[in-house]
Design a protein around this ligand. Structure first.
Ligand SMILES: Nc1nc2c(ncn2[C@@H]2O[C@H](COP(=O)(O)OP(=O)(O)OP(=O)(O)O)[C@@H](O)[C@H]2O)c(=O)[nH]1
Length: 247
């Protein structure tokens, strides 16, 4: 993502579709917990859909359905059968199909969240799949992780550093993490969370809501003649975006 990060914010949101928000980050950092929290907090005020990615199972979708954070038919699962970063960055067809199927079946949505399966610091979303992305780290990996950089840490639209409740147990200094993250992110936002202690994740939810509103405003301003797409009508698929191989 670093090489082409500067044009990340497409000034022309496509007409008639929801914002697509990627949530990625290392294994176990709390991506599914964060997505569940966002569904609980934003579900009552936004029309939401979720696509999860797992390699061999539908574990994350099953968890979200069992937690009852959204109606079960608003949650779709992609089984990648390969490294999750491949399915969100290199060959995004299965994820695009899942997103479009949700939008066609459910009718106009405000937001579709695409959660990546766990991966390392290099995993980011193709901009053909996600309009904006959140990268989730957690403090149990140690306070050195933000300064190690990588495209998710440096270039994601929002960096979430989760599990602050564990900081004292693992000897992680949140001040160091905050300082290092700010240094590598050149002003892009960073939010510290403990989904366990504050399950409403107010600050992240407010950021997401702001992004959704800005997106909808830009989209409707640039396509005033396009009515929201009714259920059953597919959105045009964007051309694949060539990417440098930054694995
Ligand atoms: N202590 C603590 N545990 C958390 C927090 N957030 C999530 N967890 C726990 O961390 C574990 C992993 O959380 P998940 O949400 O499944 O993480 P993930 O990033 O989706 O994991 P993968 O999909 O396997 O990559 C679970 O046991 C969660 O309950 C937190 O803020 N504090």
């Amino acid at each position: 993502m670093s090489a082409d990060h500067d044009d990340h914010h497409d000034p022309s949101p496509p007409a008639g579709r929801a914002l697509r928000l990627g949530v990625g980050g290392p294994v176990g950092s709390g991506k599914t917990a964060l997505v569940a929290a966002l569904c609980r907090t934003l579900g009552p005020v936004l029309r939401l859909g979720v696509v999860t990615n797992d390699i061999y199972t539908t574990e994350d979708a099953d968890f979200l359905r069992a937690a009852g954070v959204l109606a079960p038919d608003r949650i779709a699962a992609v089984q990648t059968g390969c490294c999750p970063h491949t399915a969100i960055r290199d060959d995004i067809a299965a994820n695009l199909d899942a997103v479009e199927e949700l939008e066609e079946r459910l009718g106009p949505l405000d937001l579709v969240i695409v959660e990546s399966g766990g991966d390392n610091l290099t995993a980011t979303f193709s901009r053909g799949l996600a309009d904006r992305q959140i990268f989730v780290l957690d403090v149990s990996g140690g306070d050195k992780v933000p300064r190690k950089g990588g495209p998710g840490v440096t270039g994601a639209d929002l960096l979430v550093i989760n599990k602050t409740d564990l900081a004292e147990h693992v000897g992680a200094d949140l001040t160091v993490m905050s300082r290092d993250a700010a240094a590598v992110r050149e002003g892009r936002p960073v939010i510290f969370t403990s989904v366990r202690q504050v399950p409403e994740v107010y600050a992240v939810a407010a950021w997401v809501r702001g992004v959704v509103e800005a997106w909808a405003h830009d989209r409707d301003h640039q396509h005033p003649q396009v009515a929201p797409r009714p259920a059953g009508v597919a959105a045009p698929r964007p051309a694949p975006v060539p990417r440098p191989d930054d694995r």
